[in-house]
Design a protein around this ligand. Structure first.
Ligand code: SF4
Ligand code: SF4
Length: 306
């Protein structure tokens, strides 16, 4: 199939992004992820299919959505607006709401349509050393779409960064890594049991895929720093040693934040984010200095110098 015609599902396209790799970038957020990290700030990217956001603060209780739904899946109860187990995503309720209280999150697009947006900012990528970042969710969860986008960017001489958990079939990891410039690879915990408790999956496949990736593209490790979960000196030590063993030069420390709480509410879910603590500046500094002692570069966040 022509690369432009490969289709995928995304949540958003962020232009002029400066925290998703070097320079000025366009970040494409793909929908769908096989992990369920306890501290995730993007629950709208877990499911691959489009979903409905309900924004209670905009709802005026007019009842149009209830009347529009052919499956009796909408209620007047603001705590449980959409009975998601009955919903078939026909989106008639969204069309019926004139107040913007119901919104579709996620849309299907072709790689060609994405590229039409991406090339508009080519001059900014060239001037800043930037390009395109494929993020999510987990971009490797839609591997054919991710590969098509990477190849199309290459064709336009646009640099590609893959922001990934590394949890995917090694065959796809290898093929995609050949067609990108840099991977920002999350290593959330070095202990497989703790990793499974934190994310729902073991880290063994991820660590093996990391070894494949470094043979094909530049890799930077991203360490989400979550006090009480993975900021022990033992875990920092093992992460730094793993990076060194791969020949990786940099670890980006990404401090936990609670900015995604509202998204859980929009999806009718309870946010778990208040269970976790945002690391202090001193804790972030301590982690960075500890890792730098292994001869590695660090950044806070991912505003990487180009
Ligand atoms: S998307 Fe369709 S089935 Fe689902 S709640 Fe809305 S109207 Fe009902
Ligand atoms: S149509 Fe919109 S404003 Fe009216 S009850 Fe439904 S969600 Fe609320």
């Amino acid at each position: 199939m022509e690369l432009e015609r490969v289709r995928g599902i995304i949540t958003t396209i962020k232009t002029f992004a400066t925290h998703d790799g070097p320079g000025i970038r366009t970040t494409i957020f793909l929908k769908g992820c096989p992990l369920r990290c306890l501290w995730c700030s993007s629950p709208e990217t877990w499911e691959k299919n489009p979903q409905i956001y309900f924004k209670a603060e905009k709802c005026v209780d007019c009842g149009e959505c209830v009347r529009a739904c052919p499956r009796n899946a909408v209620t007047m109860n603001k705590e449980r607006k959409i009975l998601r187990e009955l919903c078939d995503l026909c989106m008639k309720c969204v069309e019926a709401c004139k107040y913007g209280a119901l919104e579709i999150v996620g849309r299907e697009v072709s790689a060609g349509e994405i590229m039409e947006e991406v090339v508009k900012d080519k001059v900014f990528y060239e001037r800043s050393g930037g390009g395109v970042t494929l993020s999510g969710g987990e971009p490797l969860y839609q591997p054919d779409f991710t590969l098509a986008l990477a190849k199309l960017c290459r064709r336009e001489s646009i640099s590609v960064v893959l922001d990934t958990s590394g949890y995917a079939s090694p065959r796809w990891v290898e093929e995609i890594a050949k067609n990108i410039d840099m991977a920002l690879l999350d290593i959330k915990h070095m202990d497989p049991v703790k990793h499974k408790e934190m994310t729902g999956v073991s880290n063994e496949l991820i660590l093996e895929n990391a070894k494949l990736m470094v043979k094909k593209c530049e890799v930077r490790i991203s360490l989400p720093l979550i006090p009480g979960l993975n900021n022990t000196l033992e875990n920092l030590k093992r992460t730094a040693e793993f990076a060194r063993s791969l020949g990786v030069e940099a670890i980006d420390i990404v401090p936990f934040h609670r900015l995604g709480s509202h998204k859980y509410r929009f999806l009718g879910m309870t946010s778990p984010l208040s269970k976790f603590r945002v690391p202090s500046e001193a804790e972030i500094r301590e982690a960075m200095e500890f890792i730098e002692a292994y001869g590695l570069k660090t950044t806070k966040g991912r505003m990487i110098a180009s």
